[in-house]
Design a protein around this ligand. Sequence first.
Ligand SMILES: O=C(O)CCC(=O)C(=O)O
Ligand SMILES: [Fe+2]
Length: 407
Amino acid sequence: MPQVDRDKFLEEGYLIVKEAVPRNKLERVRQAYEKLVDRQREHWRMERNEGDPPGGHWETSSQPRLMLERPPLVKDHDAETAPAIEVWLEPKIYGASMELLGVSDGASTEMMMMCNPTTDHGPAKWHRDHHPIDTAPLQGYIDDIIEAGPRYVQWNIPLYDDNILWVIPGSHLRVNTPQENREMLADPCAPVTGGVQTQLEAGDGVVYILPILHWGSNYSSRMRRTIHGGFSIFTSYPDLSFLEYLSPDAASAFERWNGLSRAAVDGTEAALRAVVDGDSSRYVAALDRLHPTRGEKGRILSTVFLCKAALSVRLAKDPPYPDVPEDLARRIRGEHPITLNWGPEFANRFTDSEAETLWHRFESLDGLLRTEAEHFVPGFQSGPMVYHFNEMPKNYGPKDFIAGWGS
Ligand SMILES: O=C(O)CCC(=O)C(=O)O
Ligand SMILES: [Fe+2]
């Protein structure tokens, strides 16, 4: 018996899951997270800059956020905080995520917690968690989701009642309407027509499909401890030292997921290597191994992600070229597993001359992703840019990409 309504999820782009954290476990999870909050607050206190209040970032941020897998907090886990990580394996969270992704096993991605600010900061801006400049145009995501479902599902799981998140149902399957654009341009921090406020009791969860339009409607000083993160077959774990504190089952899940991650990095290299070698059937096979169950739309979306990867590899070599906007250069240096960006080290897998060939074969696709003049569409995490926010290259599929290699 499925435990979630996948059809409704795919149509509306979000789903409320009652008691995602069973009531009888809630207190344990709260206590584990509160220990992490205390430890992170101590780091923020120590790291504060001159002129900052005594609590540093904790007191200045509108949404202080714990990053459980990142330094320094990743080194602060112990037996007492293990429930903060193990909660991700709750059947109603992990099991539901697998159903919604349509995979037998997928990995937890960046595990985080969003906290209230110490003073009222009011509403944030409406946005999609999407920066097309270093990933792909919105339509590429939409086509891929319609073809085969989401590659990533994101969760908010509040440990105290929480109604901060709003979503626009169905907006993950379309570009912004003219009315949404007008409203967001006029005031990005006010309710948008069609928005629905989520009403979550402690322990409930909301799971949603990026790139849905959503809004952090009120960062007030009211107590907020909301688990945030997601699941995907594409992830990366910079430091798994916390595994020693987890239950054997939880630890083995992370070992398994780390294996998925390594395979995805190797699979990305294999796809790019096929491009370097000009081997089209090996390229398509590598794409299908990297992401089974996808069709033509999935292959072209992955190809656009790989275009950014090729750019990143090329830019890491000496002398760096081509010239790219600063926002793109900065983002591409980061790591973004869901879009096959494995961070700066990945470039070391390719020689200078392979990087040059690779870029040569992706360059015309990059040209198709660009616009003639700088433009702006509201509701994204990219500012004004010379790349398309919405449109994918017209009538362009993997075959067209491959056909361009010879030229
Ligand atoms: O606070 C929330 O619930 C939403 C947060 C959010 O959208 C974000 O940080 O990207
Ligand atoms: Fe967001």
